[in-house]
Structures are given as C-alpha cells and as structure tokens.
Ligand binder design. Structure first.
Ligand SMILES: [Mn+2]
Length: 325
C-alpha cells in the first residue's frame, strides 16, 4: 500500500491534505509534515483544517493551515491523516470529482471502511512515524527542517513523551533525526503538555473531585459536566488528557472520563467517553462495543445518552471486561 501511495504522489501534481476533526498533535503534525514532503517533490499542496486549532497546537501553524477551501481548484488526491472513521472526516470536504481518491494514512487498530486507498500500520506509534517512512520512500531523509517540529510533535504526543510501549528504538532514532533537523524538544513539550491557563488547572481540580473507584479499585471513573466547565471558565479543548489522571492511581487498570458534550447536530447534550488502559486490558475493544474505537490503551466513544446513564453503562462494560481476564 505504501508503494500505491508513492505511485499516486509521483503521478499527481496537486494534493489536498487534511486530518481528523478536532485535530490533535499527531493529526495536525503529520499533515504539516506530509505537506512539506509533497512540496519538496514539487507538488502544489493545500492543507485544509476547517476546525479552529486547539490552543496548544497553534505554535505548529505558521500560516500553512487553510480554514476555507480555495474555490475553483481540484486535486489529484486528498490525504486524510490519522483518521479511522467516516464520522471523523473533516467537514466541508469537496465532492469526489474535485478531491480525487480519498487516501487514509492512519495507525489506529479499530476503524471502519473510511477511504478509497488506505495505508494503515497499526504497529506505528503515530501517523507521524508513517510520514517519516514515506519520506524515506521519497528519498527525503533526513527530512527537511521545515517538517522537523510538526513531525516531532506528532511522535511526542502519541507516545506520551516517548513513554508508551510504542516507543520502539526506531521511534527514538526518528526523534534524534528530527532534533538534528531543528526541532526544539523543550519548546514542543512545553507547548503540548504544559503552559496551562489557570482555567484548566481549576477544571482539573473539579474533575479530580468526581473520582469514583469500582471493580475493587481497578476502574477509575471521572466526570466532566457543562456546569463544571462553566464554573472553571474552561473550554472543551482543556478536557483533553484529563482521563490520564485516573490511570495514575496505583491499582487502576482502566480509567474512563465521562464528558458532557454539546450534540453535533441540533440542541442538547451527548456524552463522550475517553478510555485509558494501563496496558493489559483492551479499551479499544470496549469502546468499539460502545460504537466508538481507538487503540488498545487509548480509545473513546460518543453516545446520545446522558452522563449518568453512560457512566452506569461504562461501569458494567468495564467490570465485565476486567472479570473476563
Ligand atoms: Mn495518532
């Protein structure tokens, strides 16, 4: 499939690059990285991200990101980075005639039938790692300096700062190359993981107050409601990563964050669930059984039920899964 992607790139002149809705560092970083590679190969590239960037990713964008699609253009193919589901495709994608084949570059294990051409490597720590592999295929290693910071950010974010078990020697070698090409490790870590506005710390404090343990301390449940967000003066982007605090507790195997979220369509609230596993339990499977998806250790879903109903459902599903082991 890698060759098919390479062939498509060599045969085309103009490409559209985008990533999943509500972009994270891997989605945006890999898209920015791919853009640089394609330009280096002499292609015309539009990088289309309609959603506003979360505050901690703004440092990656130096005017490359287009929030509106240019009119009157068509593309030889459209790349969608880090995307495993049709429901996560960016809004406002042009019709098939204009956009060409939809090429998915992704590393999620659980996915639906999204995409016309799918290049997926579930062993990759990040989509950014796959962009590094593509760079090698195109003879662009070491990668151009302009690609170093976004791809480095993608690797750092999806490995939790080179901590998760996906941090293979190959990944650290890539990290080294990206530093040699100009990425600044502390700048990226500070922008991604620190630099919190005071509202976010207030939100964390409120979320920690909701901690419930179940399944003899193996499940940690955290909740965030609209009222809590309002009280803290926080926004939804600030909820990102809060579920990790549940997993920090000794004995916890699965952490789940129940998150009241404005419905995609119409008024009212839906509930998102973020799952984290310490490693043994497969939360990707639990999320999939609840209509979502993700990886073995990080996954999520979105339900139309209210937060209380969802919390009870999560409790049941997780306790059943933990007892199965
Ligand atoms: Mn990713």
């Amino acid at each position: 499939m890698r060759e098919r992607v390479a062939e498509l790139v060599r045969g085309g002149e103009r490409f559209l690059v985008c990533c999943h809705r509500r972009p994270d560092a891997d989605a945006l970083g890999s898209a920015l990285g791919l853009r640089v590679l394609l330009q280096e190969l002499g292609k015309d590239v539009n990088l289309y991200v309609p959603d506003a960037l979360p505050a901690n990713l703004v440092f990656l964008d130096h005017g490359e990101v287009e929030q509106d699609l240019p009119e009157g253009l068509s593309w030889d193919a459209t790349f969608v980075m880090d995307t495993a589901a049709n429901s996560l495709l960016p809004s406002g994608l042009p019709d098939e005639e204009r956009r060409g084949p939809l090429v998915i570059i992704d590393h999620h294990a659980n996915h639906d039938d999204v995409g016309d051409i799918v290049f997926r490597e579930t062993g990759a720590c990040a989509t950014g790692e796959m962009v590094m592999d593509l760079a090698e295929l195109f003879g662009l290693r070491p990668v151009p300096p302009e690609a170093a910071t976004p791809i480095y950010a993608a690797l750092v974010a999806d490995t939790g700062g080179f901590r998760y078990s996906t941090t293979k020697p190959k990944v650290l070698r890539m990290g080294a190359e990206l530093l040699e090409q100009g990425a600044d490790p502390w700048q990226v870590a500070y922008e991604l993981f620190e630099k919190w506005p005071s509202e976010r710390l207030a939100l964390l404090s409120a979320i920690l107050d909701t901690l419930e343990l179940d399944c003899e301390g193996r499940l940690a449940l955290l909740t965030v409601t609209r009222a809590m967000l309002e009280e803290a003066g926080a926004n939804d982007d600030m909820v990102e990563g809060m579920v990790d605090y549940g997993r920090k507790l000794r004995g916890v195997e699965i952490a789940a964050l129940i998150w009241e979220f404005p419905a995609d369509e119409g008024e009212g609230l839906e509930t998102k669930v973020s799952f984290r596993s310490r490693g043994e339990a497969d939360v990707g499977r639990i999320a999939q059984a609840m209509g979502g998806g993700g990886h073995r250790t990080a996954a999520g879903t979105q339900l139309t039920d209210d937060a209380d109903t969802t919390r009870e459902r999560v409790r049941e599903m997780v306790c059943a899964a933990l007892c199965d082991d």
